[in-house]
Design a protein around this ligand. Structure first.
Ligand SMILES: Nc1nc2c(ncn2[C@@H]2O[C@H](COP(=O)(O)OP(=O)(O)OP(=O)(O)O)[C@@H](O)[C@H]2O)c(=O)[nH]1
Ligand SMILES: [Mg+2]
Length: 484
């Protein structure tokens, strides 16, 4: 565009602005004159309404611009309570070795005083290449194929201010069948003082969730957009602006970088022939180094409480998973114990219907034992109400139970040799197994005796003959009857 044309456009713009200002002023004066001409009472009323609107506007503006409190980091249990839970699990025979060694690692790093940084992100975003650029001489393996890094490895480097830091390369997330490796990567991200989240463009939904998960721990977090060499300056600017807006202040810094990596292209030579060239791209990681240096400037000791909080929060989740598995195994043992008693009870009936009396007491015992295991308090009335509903279910489902039991007798001929009444005994095994499993699942999920939810599960389980369930029940029946 020529200079003269630009001047003309600028002059037109200024004239339009001046005209707009004058028109606004004129309109304002006209309104003021009309306002002054109004009767005094109306003037006061209108004035009050305007003042209210203005005050409302100012209040909304002040609320909008208020300084936001930083989000409180994820709450973690204190260490003694966690150790208590681990001790209880170990006493109950659960394997807590890995969880204990996590606590050991927490102490080891704290006493070592070294600064730890984790480079985290999806596969193939260039994490290993970045570590190669940050730590000269680091023997990292990078490849265009996703899932190259299979383990956590630390590389000793030096921050721009000369302090030593250890940078962790971890497996990438979002790899098909890479759940175990992803878990490993997440655990290392929790163990670090600061995390670099690497992506290679705008964030996908999953990446956004990962970033928020990291942000929730309140540790220094940099969003590093790698492979910037693919974009021109305008695109880099647009992506950075967009990421700053869409990441909602979760990362402490958003930086563009080019970790390097290998580039391949074909070059035409002077004699007209071509040759394939492979060479290393020049890394550009200055922005990331500046951001990291600023964020970890307080030093390892100052960043330790947030790191410890993150590790304990992670350990809390892992401990809860072991506790859940342990309780599920205990529940299964309880269900088997009661199903075995029900089988014996069915065969020991001395008069028609007495088995029902025996089994009613057993069923109440099963409900109480499971509620106790899951720490749910139940009253006699609740137990009776549940059993009443269970009896109704069995009455309407008798034909299903008997059909399943009949099939089991045919499928496992050994049962038939145990004599009369086995059909009846097997039916009770099925009933108690279904009731116990339905109740255990409901208690684990809802932490209360939810009659409706348990009833629904029970109806499903009564006719469920998948897997080797019938075989297990057949074995239980014959074992119980032989040991009688
Ligand atoms: N264009 C470009 N490619 C890069 C850059 N950094 C890495 N790459 C390429 O990206 C691919 C993946 O690099 P890696 O370093 O193995 O990625 P990673 O995130 O460690 O991958 P996983 O270990 O599988 O999780 C390789 O082909 C690299 O050459 C970069 O700055 N620009
Ligand atoms: Mg890698």
């Amino acid at each position: 565009m020529s200079r003269r044309l630009r001047l003309l456009i600028a002059a037109i713009g200024i004239a339009a602005l001046a005209w707009l200002l004058l028109a606004t002023l004129e309109r304002g004066l006209a309104l003021a004159q009309r306002y002054m001409a109004l009767p005094e009472a109306l003037r006061w009323l209108l004035g009050a309404v305007l003042a209210l609107l203005l005050a409302g506007g100012v209040a909304v503006g002040a609320w909008w611009l208020r300084p936001r409190k930083p989000r409180a980091p994820v709450a973690a249990p204190d260490r003694p309570s966690l150790e208590g839970r681990l001790a209880a699990l170990r006493d109950a025979g659960a394997d807590t070795e890995e969880l204990r060694s996590e606590l050991g690692e927490l102490d080891r790093r704290r006493l070592g005083g070294r600064l730890y940084i984790a480079v985290f992100g999806e596969i193939s975003t260039g994490k290993s290449t970045l570590i190669g650029a940050l730590v000269p001489g680091a023997a990292v393996r990078s490849d265009a194929r996703g899932g190259t890094t299979r383990d956590v490895a630390h590389y000793e480097g030096t921050a721009p201010d000369g302090t030593a830091w250890a940078i962790a390369d971890v497996p990438g997330t979002a790899e098909a069948d890479g759940d175990a490796r992803e878990r490993m990567a997440r655990e290392e991200a929790l163990r670090a003082h600061a995390v670099v989240y690497v992506c290679a463009g705008d964030l996908t939904r999953t990446q956004g969730e990962e970033l928020r998960w990291l942000g929730d721990f309140g540790k220094p977090l940099v969003l590093a957009v790698n492979k910037a060499d693919q974009w021109d300056d305008a695109e880099r600017e647009r992506i950075t602006r967009h990421l700053r807006a869409s990441s909602g202040g979760v990362p402490d810094a958003v930086v563009m970088l080019s970790a390097g990596g290998e580039e391949r292209f074909t070059r035409r030579l002077a004699d007209g022939s071509t040759e394939d060239v492979r060479r290393q791209r020049k890394p550009e990681v200055g922005g990331l180094l500046d951001a990291l240096a600023r964020l970890v400037a307080p030093g390892a000791a100052s960043l330790e409480p947030a790191r410890e909080n993150a590790v304990l929060a992670g350990l809390h989740d892992r401990t809860a998973a072991v506790e859940q598995a342990q309780r599920a195994a205990d529940a299964e043992r309880i269900v088997t114990r009661y199903a075995r008693r029900a089988i014996v009870g069915a065969m020991a009936a001395v008069a028609p219907g007495t088995d029902l009396v025996i089994q009613g007491a057993l069923a109440a015992g099963l409900v109480r034992a499971l509620a106790d295991l899951y720490g749910v308090r139940v009253t006699d009335v609740e137990v009776e109400a549940l059993l009443g509903q269970v009896r109704m279910t069995f009455r309407t489902g008798t034909s299903v139970v008997l059909a399943v039991a009949g099939n089991a007798l045919k499928a496992f001929p050994g049962l038939g040799t145990l004599g009369g009444g086995v059909l009846h005994a097997f039916a009770y095994a099925l009933v108690f197994d279904s009731l116990g499993k339905a109740l255990a699942a409901t208690l684990a999920e809802r932490h209360q005796l939810d009659q409706a939810a348990a009833g629904e599960r029970l109806r499903d389980l009564l006719g469920d003959t998948r897997g080797n369930r019938l075989r297990q029940l057949a074995e239980l029946t014959s074992d119980a009857l032989r040991d009688r």
